[in-house]
Ligand binder design. Structure first.
Ligand code: HAM
Length: 431
């Protein structure tokens, strides 16, 4: 036998039980972005490599170590998108969507990062991304945070997520801070781990994010970025905090929150859970007012977030939010000569009458016992039975497989559909 080929490490398959859950979650996400009036964009998975180098920053982990980059057949360097913001800005510029216009956009789909896979961290993962262009006040920052909170509310997981908030100030404020931070850390190099020492020369602000306990202790004494804030930064940050407080959205200020991508300024935030171990950041984002210009456009303020679907779904699973998977609600079985046509016709009629129901028609014949077993295995609530009697009476027999014991009801098909529709609690019935 030939050796079977396995999937690429860190690029999981989603099996039928998984996709049922994903679809439920995705429909809530669509509902939420829709109810805020955001519009969808669909962006390519591949972009020219320099787009990411320029947008995300040459000395970030994503660009330095994590991109899937290759030359295509014409020798051009392309990369699988490690995130969606860069591609979204590129798309808006290319199609002139930012000329004196505001845009409130969303997208969803796979992203690719060559990280070390573990629970909650994959090499192919999915994000819901939200990006807003053309608005520079704290009101829009508060809006996208409120949008993310609506998602937790609709999924009933608000209590499991905490909002952490910080301001990264302006480029000038960060440059001044960078200098004082580097001076401080250089004087205490013996407390820095290898990674932080390397970052001291490349991207010192990322040291604030270090998980090393010794570095953490040292940082207690370090100068604060907020000491360098001017009045505009303060006004924006305080304005945002007032709005969030007014909206009843609780937050924790975290002066060490810096995010892993270089394009941010002013507001940054993350929604974090304690229920997922090390990979507890479910959603992260912030303001990136310099990026449009950096990618060749006029200066346009922008803000957005990315929400990791795998982490969200893991969290929902941990919290027991999913109902058991059922392949079908109604399973149609039959026995007797020529019953196949009656089964297929009954199933078709039921689909018409109960458009929200999942109706599986048994194919391949076999004894009633075997067919009932199948019905049970696929989780169906009802079996619809067609035998010689039913065919002669132009009726069907229904049996509730979950409750009701041995009771069976022979009814004309439209009556049977009504009974089943009521029990299944289907909305949008066609009668
Ligand atoms: P990010 O923080 O790199 O931001 O990713 C956003 C979210 O994607 C994370 O909070 C996490 O839930 C999920 N995520 C990231 N990497 C992985 C991975 N390897 N496996 C599973 N999930 C992962 C961005 O990507 C920005 N583009 C967000 C943004 C949009 N900022 C402004 N606009």
């Amino acid at each position: 036998m030939k050796e079977a080929i396995q999937a690429v490490r860190g690029m999981p398959d989603l099996l039928p039980e998984d996709t049922a859950r994903w679809q439920q979650v995705e429909s809530v996400l669509r509902e939420c972005v829709g109810s805020f009036g955001y519009s969808e964009v669909r962006l390519p998975l591949l972009e020219k490599t320099p787009l990411f180098n320029r947008a995300i920053g040459e000395v970030t982990d994503v660009v330095e170590k994590e991109m899937y980059t290759f030359e295509d057949r014409s020798g051009e360097s392309l990369s699988l998108r490690p995130e969606g913001t860069a591609g979204c800005v590129r798309c808006c510029l290319q199609h002139g969507l930012l000329h004196n216009q505001e845009q409130r956009l969303w997208y969803t789909g796979p992203m690719f990062r060559h990280e070390r896979p573990q629970q909650g961290r994959y090499r192919q993962f999915h994000q819901l991304g939200v990006e807003v262009f053309g608005l520079n006040g704290p009101d829009i920052d508060a809006e996208i945070i409120a949008l993310s909170q609506l998602i937790w509310q609709r999924l009933k997981i608000t209590d499991s997520l905490q909002l952490q908030l910080n301001s990264l100030g302006s480029a000038q404020e960060r440059a001044a801070y960078r200098q004082s931070l580097v001076e401080f850390l250089s004087a205490h190099q013996e407390f820095l781990d290898e990674d932080s020492r390397r970052r001291l020369n490349t991207n010192p602000l990322r040291i604030l994010d270090s998980k090393d306990p010794k570095v953490g202790e040292l940082l207690q004494e370090a100068p604060l970025l907020s000491d360098h804030f001017g009045s505009e930064t303060r006004r924006h940050f305080e304005g945002l905090q007032d709005l969030l407080t007014g909206l009843g959205i609780a937050f924790t200020l975290n002066p060490r929150l810096v995010r892993g991508l270089d394009y941010y300024n002013l507001t940054v935030f993350e929604w974090v859970t304690h229920d997922l171990g090390a990979q507890g950041t479910v959603c992260g984002g912030g303001r990136y007012d310099g990026l449009v210009e950096q990618l060749g456009g006029e200066s346009v303020p922008a803000v957005g977030f990315g929400l990791g679907l795998e982490r969200l779904i893991l969290l929902l699973d941990k919290l027991g939010c999913f109902t058991p998977y059922v392949q079908a609600d109604i399973y149609v079985i039959g026995s007797g000569a020529g019953v196949e046509l009656h089964q297929a016709a009954a199933a078709a009629k039921l689909r018409e009458l109960l458009p929200g129901a999942k109706i599986l028609n048994h194919c391949g014949g076999g004894s009633f016992k075997r067919q009932f077993k199948r019905a049970d295995k696929c989780g169906a609530t009802f079996a619809v039975i067609l035998g010689d009697n039913e065919i002669a009476h132009n009726s069907v027999t229904i049996k509730n497989l979950r409750e009701g014991g041995d009771e069976q009801l022979e009814l004309p098909l439209p009556e049977a559909a009504k009974v089943m529709g009521r029990t299944l609690g289907l909305s949008g019935l066609a009668f």
